[in-house]
Ligand binder design. Structure first.
Ligand SMILES: [Zn+2]
Ligand SMILES: [Zn+2]
Length: 379
């Protein structure tokens, strides 16, 4: 049975396909299709699920192409709602898959991970964060049962590396990789350095140029024209992945790596990365969830303000020494702590730790000497 997928034509050879994420309040991943002279290139692919696959393939048909024609896949970051279907797309089309080296490393590690040692790492980490016995017991039980499974073992190893700052090798398009670590260590945004079609350039030829509409588009691309338009000030378009979303703050936790004890500062990375994309001032942002929007600098300012307020709130809580677990319990979430499911509590604690890491780095909080599990306090 042919499936109908509602796609959006953003103009200038750019489409978006909403690919469903099963049982997830986010609803969809917006998979973007970028037309190139060598065939369509996808930016992200969606969740590894039969319904998502049917939606993606029907969406490609609605864009006038097919999955077997896909020439390449660019992945903003390794999360399963972005990279899940990449293997299947590659199988159906022979397309290459490109990703930043730091996220490619996570994919490799997850594929090779032994579930039992991963659970052991998780248990140690949560114990150190002050998790209570009733939270640790199920982990121990799963490990003892020997029936632990890990998601992401089927995720595709990429064939190519996305190198920060470089133009991607795409025939007839000008797309530059902007490294935006924070949500993941290898998250990238992709900046389409071409005039926005709504600005009167590119895909829609104006009156008098009608004789060679497609030639006009090609010439604009080849020249990499950077003319800001009257209605859409700014420069080009930004595929922002999960880095910059219109209404959601992406999760920022610690970069989990059992084999690397480097003390990283993901929240600091994220805030720096926000300023990096604000400086680009794209005419439009094409995020991987929700909807396309304009005025990236205003959205960045709102997010910076949000994190500033959150850090101030945490600092107030740390007037009393707290473990990361206690801090997470005391923080404000989208629902009361008692209603937060088991797995989400792990994510919440990781987010609390990322904030504490930032405060320590700023010299505004410190570990209480000799505390075990470690407690933190405001300075
Ligand atoms: Zn993500
Ligand atoms: Zn996502």
């Amino acid at each position: 049975m042919a499936q109908v997928t509602r796609v959006t034509d953003h103009g200038g050879g750019v489409w978006s396909i909403p690919v469903p994420i099963p049982d997830n309040p986010l609803g969809h991943t917006l998979v973007h299709l970028l037309d190139t002279d060598r065939g369509p290139v996808l930016i992200d692919t969606g969740w590894d699920d039969p319904t998502a696959w049917d939606t993606l393939t029907a969406g490609l048909a609605a864009c006038g192409t097919s999955v077997s024609d896909v020439h390449g896949v660019l992945i903003t970051h390794h999360h399963p709602d972005h990279h899940g279907l990449s293997a299947q797309v590659r199988e159906a089309s022979g397309a290459w898959i490109a990703m930043h080296a730091a996220d490619a490393q996570i994919v490799r590690r997850t594929r090779e991970a032994d579930p039992a040692s991963w659970l052991e790492y998780l248990e140690e980490k949560l114990t150190a964060a002050g998790a209570p016995e009733e939270h640790l017991a199920p982990l121990r039980a799963t490990r003892a049962s020997g029936r632990a499974g890990l998601p992401g073992r089927r995720a595709a190893l990429p064939d190519r590396e996305i190198v920060p700052g470089e133009l991607l090798d795409l025939a007839g398009r000008r797309l530059r990789a902007i490294w935006t670590p924070g949500h993941t260590p290898g998250h990238v945004c992709l900046h389409l350095e071409e005039a926005h079609p709504a600005a009167g350039e590119g895909a829609h030829p104006t009156a008098g140029e009608g004789a060679h509409p497609t030639a006009g588009e090609g010439a604009d691309r080849a020249a990499g024209r950077r003319m800001p338009g009257p209605r859409m000030p700014g420069h080009g378009r930004l595929f922002s992945g999960d880095h910059l979303l219109p209404e959601i703050t992406p999760h920022i936790g610690l970069y989990e790596d059992p084999d690397d004890a480097t003390v990283t500062d993901p929240l600091g990375d994220y805030l720096d990365s926000l300023e990096r994309v604000a400086a680009l001032a794209p005419a439009e942002v094409l995020p991987a969830h929700q909807y396309a929007f304009t005025d990236a600098p205003a959205r960045v300012r709102a997010l910076l303000r949000h994190h500033e307020e959150r850090l101030a709130g945490l600092l107030a809580l740390l007037a009393t020494p707290l473990t990361p677990w206690r801090l997470a319990e005391a923080m404000e979430w989208n629902r009361p702590w008692e209603l937060i499911p088991y797995g989400s509590r792990n994510i919440a604690v990781s987010e609390a730790e990322a904030h504490v890491r930032r405060l320590v780095k700023l010299g505004r909080a410190e570990a209480v000497p000799g505390s075990d599990p470690v407690m933190y306090q405001a300075i």
